[in-house]
Design a protein around this ligand. Sequence first.
Ligand SMILES: *Cc1c(COP(=O)(O)O)cnc(C)c1O
Length: 641
Amino acid sequence: MVDHTDTDTRWSVADSAELYGVNTWGAGYFSISDSGDAQVTVSIDERDVSVSLMDIVAGMRARNLEMPAVLRIKNVLDHRIKVLNEAFASAISTGGYGNVYRGVFPIKVNQQCHVIEEIADYGARYHHGFEAGSKAELIIALSQLRDTDSLIVCNGYKDAEFIDLGLYARRMGYPCFFVLESLSELKVIIERSRILEVEPLIGVRMKSSVKVDGHWSQDSGDRSIFGLSTAALIGVVDELRAADMLHCLQMLHCHLGSQVPNIRNVRNGVLEACRFYAGLVAEGATMGYLDLGGGLAVDYEGARTNSTHSMNYQLEEYCVNIIESIRETLDPQGIDHPVIISESGRATVAYSSMLLFNVLDVRSSEPLALPAVLPGDCNETLKHIFDVLNVVGTGNFQECYNDALFYRDELRDMFNHGRATLRERAMAEDICLAILQRIATILPSLARVPPELENLPEMLSDIYYGNFSLFQSLPDMWAIDQLFPIMPLHRLHQQPDRQAMIADLTCDCDGKIDNFSTATGTAATMPLHSLREGEDYILGVFLVGAYQETLGDLHNLFGDTNVVNVAINADGSFDFAREFHGDSIADVLTYVEYEPKHLQEQFRKVAESAVRSGCISVAERQQILRAFHDSLNGYTYFEHH
Ligand SMILES: *Cc1c(COP(=O)(O)O)cnc(C)c1O
């Protein structure tokens, strides 16, 4: 829908694309349509098909699936699996590598049923398997995989029950590996495999001494809490040999950490892992599989650098580096090339999900009631600050800044001592704000901004209140300062005219987004459009498919959002393949051990006693009880009626 009435001829969708960086972080999946909507593009039968996200939103609303909602695009998920597998296949064939790639998806990265089903279903053509870090995840893997050439890799601490399940998977023909986290685990595996008469497939997780850049640099290297020390690794070999089971040791596992932004770290990690691999071969282990764990990064910033939220390499380069590093180490020793496994989670699922929410309200820091002239009888301080407003300009802004704050504080002080009225205080604060606003407009023209004024634009920026909970839907933004790209879904043919930070619905001061990626780095605010009366303004937070969906919590009892899975067709139409209604208030209350029926009954008693005491009529009681019932069964987020 092009709204010609306010199309700005000096602003184009290309300007918006550059401003929001969508052509870099969008990785070809996201862009802006000619009419100014955010759109998703997928390849179907070698043809690009684009769909406006606003059209999908309209379809969601028609189905009573309101904001906030997670939108997943099936085709994007499929495409990620395809490019990952094909990039390895291509590096293998051009690099003359003598074995295959077998990806496994680490379930912890997105356990949602439909995501896992899709990976199992679409991934089968590439024998894409699963990595499970707990019994629950192994149960998911076992129930979803049909293809017995797909691997199951079991990490994490495993009890006898976990091990039995894995051994049964072996019996049913699945290549299911136990990756040892400790020596004590090995004893149970040996014992259970004897009892069940199933030979286990065993892997060992090494501790890499390579330090990686990025957020998880603390967790890499010797201090990693995971993995066997080199001495423990030798212990495993000796124990397996003693049990006459050294032939079961077939895999080396090396996970450098997640979101490894620097290709040099990847290369060094693989080189070290190959030394370990060769060492285990020399010890007489059968080997055959090299699992390089996760770490393949996502360029959330689109910056192509080795900064934490970016990456300085492409997928193809990642694969080629791995192939080359393995050949470089193993070929001189005449060791057969192993099956390469990667547990790429983030890179597989990040792109396919986005969080959509509407903006409920804006708090601007504009003065609300700036007087044109002061009342004649007002106090001296007000007169002084008003004079400052009348003279502030390029030549004296520094002085005016100091004076404005001085007089404002003086008036606050007078108020606190009973010598100024509430109205006078309001006026002084508004005048001060107006002075700061004028100074902020001067700053961009300065060659050098005084340090004390650097934060001024951000202090004066708007706050856009979004209908979502950061804690539920974007937990990594809160927990580890993760950056996600954010862009309006529409009006992108218009120049955004506001600078804003975003606050969520929780009344928590951490429930805000005030760190955004820009073309030149990060900023505390992002450009947004003014709200228009009677019209929704919808923002998308992109690349949220990894880790966000289950790490979220119930802060302020905002529950799971609505979720829709859309499959795009070749003709540009799309199907709502799945839809899930988010938690109702009753749902979230049961999580914290309330019983909705009991709540309703308790409230009925409250209402009944109000009838008895004459506060409300019986008819009003019915109306109130219905409102209570409707709320209990409604969405935990802000609803339009
Ligand atoms: C978390 C994790 C992964 C996934 O890492 P990504 O960086 O998301 O690909 C893979 N393997 C192990 C052992 C993990 O703990």
